[in-house]
Ligand binder design. Structure first.
Ligand code: ZN
Length: 459
């Protein structure tokens, strides 16, 4: 066991925490967690299978529907009960042609990809002067109307961080930057990719426009292209920098998506279930391996491992949410449909496939005994305890809406934004040793929760 743990930890070049040597092997759940660290193949099987047989799963499209059918077959074949596809309507956006070309003063092409929920330039494209904003804050500070007829270029400074906090800092450039630029008159927006690597792979992702602001075309430049554009401004000596932009995405209107669910049935159906969530859809550029086939593989493997250790007290429900990437459609639909069915505790895996390094709950003060037992049980996998209050991820809206118990098993995000939403989100980027560490930690935590008779939140 330690050999594999060391391999997992070494891959991130982080300090190796002290390992507990508790005598856990008499407890079946702990024994299963240890075996998962050593040799889990279930999570890998899910990711390898869906990325190979289905590939990209853009929300609301036939590709996503093929992903649901594939996942239901997989869950049924693995022995899950009550496997279902719970349909919901959504507004669907799909990519078109994408091309960016600086036309003056230094004419050359750039690598760009459109952002979700943005408008088309039309097939002929548009050409306009570019206005450079080194940061989102600089854009916000621009006077009203000052971007009339212009293309806004929003750069930013995003660094890799273990806890993913760089995303919160740079993310607004994508999440709301195009809407802010449009409200000041911009005809289009280009942003520096929200990503931490220097490959010529632009990072897509969703954006949204404020009420009353018409969506405009908007795209992300790869990091090297954004660097180049910044240098052009430095060398332009006051001459206007102009760009020709062709982005032809389409809004398809209302189509159907769905949430795939499956259960490990508990011995006491009167107890609220443990909800373990992920999302099944992906962006169209890669094959959605780390975002988020890995998460679905991890939570499913944990549920199966807990069942293998002996039928749990509580039901474990797997939620593979649909249409997360273009607006959390599945998470919201699931909450709306099931709000009156109490969930004991919700957990989500949606941050890649690298190892878990920190444990957080929202019941450390209200149920200190359970929080401490969970933290202690996963210390041997190199997971630190934390006083941060868990808030849950995109796919467990229901737990937040119910005010229920939430656990965050924080994954190492150092590499995540090198791959996130790019064509490079593919199976080969997953480190099998770190994926197994994930499954081991999840097996331990879900096993304890599913066999916990008392109220998880402790209120
Ligand atoms: Zn995701």
């Amino acid at each position: 066991m330690h050999k594999h743990l060391l391999a997992a930890v070494a891959a991130t070049s982080l300090a190796i925490p002290a390992l507990a040597h508790a005598d856990h092997h008499e407890d079946p759940v702990s024994g299963m967690a240890d075996r998962a660290l050593d040799g889990d193949t279930i999570a890998w099987d899910f990711v390898e299978g869906i990325t190979t047989e289905v590939g990209p799963r853009q929300p609301g499209t036939p590709a996503e529907a093929r992903g649901r059918a594939w996942a239901m077959d997989w869950l049924n074949a693995r022995g899950f009960a009550n496997v279902a596809d719970e349909p919901f309507p959504m507004q669907t956006w799909v990519r078109g042609e994408e091309e960016a070309r600086v036309t003056a003063p230094f004419a050359q092409g750039m690598h760009i990809t459109a952002l979700g929920n943005t408008a088309s330039t039309g097939p002929e494209g548009i050409e306009a002067e570019v206005v450079y904003f080194p940061s989102y804050a600089d854009l916000v500070a621009a006077p009203e109307g000052s971007l009339a007829g212009k293309i806004a270029f929003i750069s930013h400074d995003m660094r890799p961080t273990q806890d993913g906090s760089g995303y919160g800092f740079a993310g607004p450039a994508r999440w709301t930057g195009p809407g802010v630029a449009a409200s000041k008159g911009a005809v289009a927006t280009v942003i520096r990719s929200i990503g931490t690597e220097n490959h010529r792979t632009p990072h897509t992702g969703g954006t949204s426009f404020p009420d009353g602001v018409e969506p405009t075309p908007a795209g992300a430049l790869s990091n090297p292209d954004a660097d180049n554009l910044e240098r052009m401004f430095a060398r332009a000596q006051g001459r206007p920098v102009t760009m020709h932009l062709t982005l032809t995405p389409q809004f398809l209107g209302e189509t159907m998506s769905g949430n795939v669910v499956g259960e490990i049935t508990g011995t006491d159906p009167s107890l609220p279930p443990v909800l373990v969530a992920c999302h099944l859809d992906s962006w169209d550029l890669g094959t959605g391996a780390i975002d988020d086939a890995a998460g679905c593989g991890i939570v499913s493997a944990a549920a199966l491992n807990v069942a293998e250790a002996g039928q749990p007290l509580r039901t474990i429900r797997v939620l593979m949410a649909g249409a997360e990437e273009t607006g959390l459609w599945g998470s919201e639909a699931y909450s709306a449909a099931h709000i009156d069915e109490p969930i004991a505790v919700g957990l989500e895996s949606d941050f890649g496939a690298d190892r878990i390094w920190r444990f957080e709950s929202n019941f450390r003060e209200s149920n200190p005994d359970l929080h401490a037992r969970l933290a202690q049980a996963i210390a041997r996998f190199g997971v630190a305890n934390s006083t941060n209050v868990a808030t849950g991820g995109a796919d467990i809206n229901i737990s937040r809406d119910q005010g229920g118990a939430i656990i965050d098993l924080q994954q190492d995000g150092t590499r995540y934004f090198e791959l996130h939403h790019t064509p490079d989100d593919t199976l080969d980027k997953i480190d099998p040793a770190q994926l197994r560490q994930n499954v081991a930690v999840w097996t331990q935590v879900v096993g304890l929760l599913a066999n916990e008779p008392g109220d998880i939140l402790g209120e």
